[in-house]
Design a protein around this ligand. Sequence first.
Ligand SMILES: Cc1ncc(COP(=O)(O)O)c(C=O)c1O
Length: 499
Amino acid sequence: MATAQSGFGFGGTGLVPSLAGWTSMGSGPLYRRLAEAIRGAIRRSEMPSGTRLPTERALAVELSVSRSTVVAAYDLLREEGWLESRQGSGTWVRRHSSVVRFGEDRAGFVGRATASFRALIEGPGEGVEFTCAALTAGDLFAGPAMARALEDLDRAARDGIGYEAIGYAPLRAAIADHLTRRWSMPTTMDEVIITTGAQQAVGLAAALYARPGDVALVEDPTYLAAIDMFTAAGLRLLPVPIGVQGIRADRLRDAAIASSPRLAYLMPTYHNPTGALMPARERIEIAAAANELQLPIVEDLTVADLPLGDEPPPPIGAFQGDVPVLTIGSLSKLLWGGLRIGWIRAPAPVVQRLARMKLVTDHGTSTVSQIVALHLMDDLDAIRERRRETVRERKAMLEGLLGEWLPGWTWDPPGGGLCLWVRIPVGDATSFALAATRHGVTVVPGPMTSVDGKFSDRIRLPFVLDPDAMRDGVERLASAWREYEAEADSAPRAVRIVV
Ligand SMILES: Cc1ncc(COP(=O)(O)O)c(C=O)c1O
């Protein structure tokens, strides 16, 4: 592929094969469809960083559209950060920045989470963030557990140096007990390693099985920060579509046979972002397929403790054969994300290998956090019930507000978790998300959750905000939507960059 560095442009019909079928991509005016097609080609690495694009006039002639359509598409992509131009030098796919490298994908983008969860990096800003699916802790730390934790901390700090890559033993035992009782998955403490959040757990699990260039099977859509992490680790991702009951065992099997992935990363219990719940039958079949195909499964159950209805079936790990199933969990959604406590449940020898890898990464998760978490877990069942109550109320509130302010938006009821996977009736979720930022509200557009940018009719809306912020956020979304719908009907024009 020609690049700006090499000094060769596409010329002739070079770009056109990558844009095949562009008029039927996405929705809305032609310039948006063209932009979607170019975005897709960049995401698929058909146009790597630095690739020079044809002039607007040349592309317009090749595609038999007006020059203003190409101008508007390039403007949009420039403003979204996909393209760069300089007067007299033309337009090219944005090059890698020499400063920000970690988390960039092959098209030169800083990770999806970086783009979507702005507040995680820059701190809280103006407006309403419908991006992070996490709750505040409320009065969690105001009770007597903290006094007990401080005493324990004093003792632990006098007796030990506080470095334990595998995790603080009493917390490992408490997590093993939680998995045995609550998740119907008999577990001993030597099958548990504590991690710095589920986020680190996902990274460690992937690094255990895959090297740069290896293939990892993921659901489509999937957890967007997992896409970042796997991409940053140099893995190639194999997206497999899911249905209302999550990924199907036969699809997983077919994809695995065709592409030999090194691992499969799944969210069977309240999939993020769709909220899908995989039935027990499918879990058993997936464990069997994993065994037969020698395919390690990494199941991420970060939100499994937040069912909206009945309790879920046991994790896939409960049915594992000889091939390991790594079951990831977290206290971030049940207690507080600021604790940064997650875990991996795996066969004891695998836990030992993970501990060696974690040692290299960070020498161990904060013992202070682990001791605090341990004491909060004394009251876990009651905390869990209160959390579920809060989550149910907020879900009902978000659904009510959307019904009132955005009646054309629809969604399937999630089985659990913290998000609605909302279908917008017209337009393109990525450009709507950009438009929404002008109204002081941020959302995650569906394509962010998809390896090759599908789900342009979806946005992910967590139901975690407190009532005032949630109402404010939905009203802002509604005014953004009114403007966006009107604009979608009008002539092409550039959308101002805000993120
Ligand atoms: C599916 C999934 N995995 C992992 C994480 C990261 O969780 P943690 O805060 O425990 O690192 C999240 C956070 O939202 C998540 O939704």
